[in-house]
Design a binder for this molecule. Sequence first.
Ligand code: UD1
Length: 417
Amino acid sequence: MSKLLIKGGRPLRGETEIKAAKNAVLPILAATLLTEEPCEIHNVPVIADVDNMLKILRSVGSAVEFKEGVISVWNRDATGYNVPTELAKELRSSFFLLGPILARHRRAIVAYPGGCDIGVRPLDIHLKGLSEMGIAIEESHGMIYCDGTRLHGADVALDFPSVGATENLMMAAALAKGRTRIFNAAKEPEIVDLQSFLRALGAKVDGAGGDRIEIEGVEKLHGAVYTPIPDRIVAGTILIAGATCGGEVTVTHVVPDHLDALLFKLNKSSCNLRVNGDRITIRSDSRPRHFDKLETQPYPGFPTDLQSQMMVMMCVSEGTGLIVENIFETRYRIVRELIKMGARITVKDRTAVIRGVRSIEGASVSAGDLRGGAALVIAGLKAEGYTTIDNVSHIDRGYDAIERIFASLGGEISRLR
Ligand code: UD1
């Protein structure tokens, strides 16, 4: 089990190029199952979630190669419709395979998925949507059995704009007979990117980015070469680290619009931001100031995936701040670790009150989930003295060698094996 060792207290300086978004790559890889022709996905980061998705694809018969950032997938022989339980448990996104497998084979068996342990993540919205599209679903002993012989287009209204459910339904609808309309769809940039990829395969999809997506099912799709959007969460993590540790940091190859909600908050906390084409630079030479409140919401609201990182910045900001976490109920596990480092935080239900302190100290802490783990790295880079972080495997799920990213920005961070 590896650990990260960090000696904090240095400002960060330099620039980093952002790779494709994990949350775009995963559904896109699932969507390759919709065609028997070869696909190529470019600029892919080396992260454990992608690795697990490739294992799942191989397990259903895909021919997959991942070399120098390019994934080649050929699903001509991907005849499997049963996602192995041990792989599904490793990756919540294994559930995305349900839509494309059903569309292609008209039957599927998937185990209840795993992923980050950040609260109950039910699948009711996915399953309700699929059953409205004619899928017969049976659940037993942690397995979900789906019969898709009657798969058809339908009007589906989501109770909540779930990202995963929107993506699953878009993929199932791409090859379903007739028209599907998804109401109250999620609007995240990764949904728009999935639409672009499906269109590149020849699918008829429209409306992503708004709250109604329309899909006209087609008989067959073809292969495509595609570069997914850059990772707004990795970019955001680096910008928040710049704001917290001071110095001057630039992220390149980003879509600044995707980070609007974060940039708005960073602006308010007296950081100096410069946006130039696909580059964002943050400069900070004083202690960040607290803004009134940070409340997580579906896109275009503030992303839950950047909440923990912002909490770390707020721990060392001037004044008292408030966070309300509306998406995942147990995303406050990091609080215990931050308190060990000298932070002053109290939590009640979904609300955290953070009283800013001048400095935090290094400690031995543990990553409890992916984004919380990345946030602890920021805390370690800011703290006085040494911090060790264990359970790094959580961080490796979504960051391509996080120690290399921050070491290249002047952070004193290394991995102990
Ligand atoms: C995706 C992202 C994740 C991000 C989240 C919210 C991927 C691979 N992961 O996760 O990084 O944090 O969006 O932006 O893209 N819910 C239900 N029933 C369902 C589905 C969801 O109640 O059937 C609830 C969840 O428990 C959660 C909320 O809806 O409280 C949001 O979940 P959802 O948007 O589905 O997130 P994911 O797709 O799992």
